[in-house]
Design a protein around this ligand. Structure first.
Ligand code: ADP
Ligand code: MG
Length: 457
């Protein structure tokens, strides 16, 4: 049918649809559709940004669209979807100045060429490159240039708040812009939930169709697979299917592959098939550069001195760095005064105290190591000896001896043990490190997270 008529009919159908489904879903799936003219008189051609939209709409919304057409007296119109590759995928998300996790964690939604889940601020342009992330950044760019060919899979690991999500989402936006195929960005948690739901609702076939027919899978926080047998099994097949078809897979994790607990061996080896790269905490210069970039981006008025103060004192996590900047900036704008060092010290006292604690006290080390190995802080002092607890406890003892000035008995005491146990743990971990590169790396990255300053022993 011709264009004007097609648009009229579609507008009517949209009125019906917008009242029948939630605004969120309407905006995501229906709002992006455009009606165009075509040669066949009885046919309504609807264009969508990519093949994924087409599949999804045909599978889930076709009956609803038919009903909408029927409601305005066009039940006999044939519907044809068409992919309009020139159309950029919609980006509906808006930037918020708040320092929160990107919303994807909470809503658990998966993005497939759809904006609104990728945080628009997480771009390559906004990503400050320094020695701590040069390698990861370069690898990310290489993959964007030649997906499926450069490094497959790409595995990026590093502690919390060091920019993994930022980087993988930047890849997502760049890939979407370049139109290199269907991009799917999701967190491993969302993938897991979706999988469980698909199993419960007998929709495994469509789940598989979705994940095995994309061109680029970006999956955040893959360590979430730890111990999840069923999801691991499914992900194994997803991985194989994509990999065999030379589709790109990118994963992030808060720990090295070898440290993800209860992960099937065949997954461990696959995750290391391509390129593994680590992100570390930014050094002082990079921290200052990040703060400068952020200041500029957000139009914050804050003197360089204050930026330096923040960069010097917040050393463990870029999210905290940003949080401190915002705190200082909002205080400065409220009082309309230049910030003195005393005022800054007061404002950031909690953060600074936390930083010092994790860096220097036995409890800080215990806490950090427990978090890293995903055991309870109480396990550090408990009398239990299963290996999954005993080993992290030894690692914590090793780090206490290496990084604090505390005596052997004092360290032993803090773990509910005697000095000989600490000495043994220190020797044992030190010995294993000699032959185990993975463990060396783990210890190094823990030291980094703890502030990176190893006291001379
Ligand atoms: P992770 O996923 O590793 O926990 P995020 O990617 O969420 O960390 O990063 C935390 C915050 O720090 C985000 O707001 C992110 O934009 C910012 N950030 C991290 N690294 C950089 C960087 N190199 N340049 C600019 N901002 C960064
Ligand atoms: Mg993250």
């Amino acid at each position: 049918m011709e264009a004007t008529k097609a648009k009229q009919i579609w507008t009517k159908a949209c009125e019906f649809l917008s009242s029948a489904i939630s605004a969120d879903i309407y905006n995501r799936w229906i709002g992006v559709i455009e009606a165009i003219g075509d040669e066949s008189p009885g046919q309504l051609t609807l264009t969508v940004p990519n093949g994924f939209y087409q599949d999804w709409l045909e599978e889930h919304y076709l009956p609803m669209i038919r009903k909408a057409l029927g409601a305005s007296g066009h039940e006999n119109v044939a519907i044809a979807f068409m992919v309009d590759g020139r159309r950029p995928a919609p980006e509906t998300a808006t930037a918020t100045p708040e320092e929160k996790e990107p919303p994807k964690r909470r809503t658990g939604k998966t993005t497939c060429n759809v904006g609104g889940v990728l945080n628009p601020r997480h771009t390559f342009d906004n990503f400050v490159v320094g020695p701590s992330n040069t390698f990861a950044h370069a690898a990310a760019l290489a993959v964007v240039e030649a997906p499926g060919r450069a490094y497959n899979p790409l595995f990026i690991h590093g502690g919390t708040g060091l920019g993994k999500t930022h980087l993988i989402q930047a890849m997502g936006q760049a890939l979407l812009k370049r139109g290199k195929g269907t991009v799917c960005y999701t967190s491993c948690e969302a993938f897991t939930n979706e999988f469980i739901q698909a199993v419960q609702q007998h929709e495994l076939a469509s789940f598989r169709r979705k994940y095995r027919h994309i061109d680029l899978l970006l999956i955040d926080d893959i360590h979430f697979l730890a111990g999840k047998e069923g999801t691991q099994e499914e992900f194994f097949h997803t991985f194989n299917s994509l990999y065999e078809n030379q589709k790109q897979i990118v994963m992030t994790s808060d720990r090295p592959v070898s440290e993800i607990g209860n992960l099937q061996k065949r997954l461990v080896s696959r995750f290391e098939w391509g390129l593994v790269t680590e992100m570390e905490m930014a050094d002082l210069e990079t921290r200052v550069a990040i703060l400068r970039r952020k200041r500029e981006q957000m139009g914050i008025q804050l003197a360089d001195d204050s930026l330096f103060f923040i960069a010097e004192h917040v050393r463990s996590n870029i999210r905290k760095l940003e949080g401190s900047l915002l705190r200082a900036a909002s205080y400065a704008s409220l009082t309309r005064k230049a910030l003195t060092t005393e005022a800054l010290e007061y404002l950031l006292r909690d953060t600074i105290e936390q930083e010092n604690q994790t860096a220097l006290t036995i409890e800080g080390i215990q806490r950090m190591v427990a978090e890293y190995y995903d055991i309870r802080l109480g396990d550090m002092t408990s009398k239990q000896r299963p290996n999954n607890i005993a080993f992290p406890r030894q690692v914590a003892m090793y780090l206490c001896r290496e990084m604090t000035e505390q005596s052997l008995p004092a360290i032993g005491n803090a773990f509910g043990r005697n000095h000989a146990t600490v000495l043994h743990a220190h020797r044992s971990v030190g010995g294993k490190m000699k032959s185990d590169a993975g463990l060396r790396q783990t210890i190094l990255s823990l030291q980094q997270r703890l502030g990176g300053v190893a006291a001379p022993s």
